[in-house]
Design a protein around this ligand. Sequence first.
Ligand SMILES: [Zn+2]
Length: 455
Amino acid sequence: MKIIHAKQALIGGKWMSDVQVNISDDGRIAQIGNQTQSATDKVAVLLPAPLNLHSHTFQRAMAGLTEARGYDPHDSFWSWRRLMYRFLDQLTPDHVEAIASLAFMEMVEAGYGAVAEFHYLHHDVGGVAYGNLAEMSDRIVAAATNVGIGLTLLPVLYQYGGCDLRPLAGGQRRFGNNPEQFLRLHDGATKSVKTAAADFNIGTAPHSLRAVDPRGLKTVVDAATSGPIHMHLAEQVAEVEEVQAHWSARPTEWLLANHDVDARWCLIHATQLNDQEAHDLAKSGAVAGLCPITESNLGDGIFRGTDYLGHGGVIGFGSDSDVHISLFEELKTLEYSQRLRDKSRAALATSAKSTGRVLLDAANAGGAQAGGRNSGEIAIGKWADLIGLDDDNQWLCNRSGDALLDSMVFGGWGQACITDVWSAGRHCVKEGRHFAREAIVRNYKTTMQQLETSI
Ligand SMILES: [Zn+2]
């Protein structure tokens, strides 16, 4: 039993002072109340730690390598993708595990309690299946286990190089499965997840309407009798136009008309929505999976956040390309995108909640829903995914309640205030540092030396 004492804590949606949270040995919150026993850990502030609902950890190793202009004067998302495919041809399972370990470590240090890994790098170079079809999935599970972050593994079905059903080429061949092989791979990955920590779970992920055909999509959706379903939806204008040309409808419009999209679904990058789609997707109960830092980095466009929340839509946050892993900056980036577009302030705040509070609540509720994880608030029976903060510093100045959250999100140094992070009770971060930081960073740097020589 772990016993955490907090000067203030956000418990079941309300601020409480001088509170004790007990975590049972199975990683769940067992008791909440006034202090009756001596604490094993003390923090100034205790918050629920959100789930990072979208990540491709191998892309962490490309951070900073895609910021120069190519030969194309209209350098774009597509040149970024070309670099990714060249990079991909070098990655071994050991590299993938080392890179995932670093990214997962950075996530818990940033305050994420868990992650939904949208995993599509399945095969060896050239698309040759490993002896163990789920080898790469196993490496993701191993990395999450070593780091201690809660995992929702999302094996991805990726069939084609575009809506014209062209075959996968180059580095993309490492992603490819037909639906039948994918289901076998998914079975293997499921076994791996079932033997891992009790809070780990599995969902499924048809990649996008560009990369699967209607039969492939239906096959994996029909096979997914439990767990969340994630799909990239409408990130770029070119993508929407491509889908419209081949599927006779915009991607959001087509998906809502042809599948029972509900609360089990998480649609990543719902960036390109028209009025009707914003309304209909919000009403479906699905999570709109937002990745504001990556979407800014790739120049995707601005999500219709004020409209979407106005319709009662559910949002959550993901680090996607992992170019910069920072929970509090993801929240701030979404809010600033709305302000810049509308020339407004406190765009997502309500009369009852400040901006920082709205964003953290959304990250927690949407993240838990998207991950199919019993988390997202400090309440009895939930996984103990928790952030501990120090408030005695120049950024938080012993503030309390929602003003403290606003200072975390907008003050610019939120992450520096994080002292502790627990994932399902696993005490991953103490004094702001992951318990295995040195070894993970050393291993990552060795990996990067091997990769950089041949880029
Ligand atoms: Zn993505």
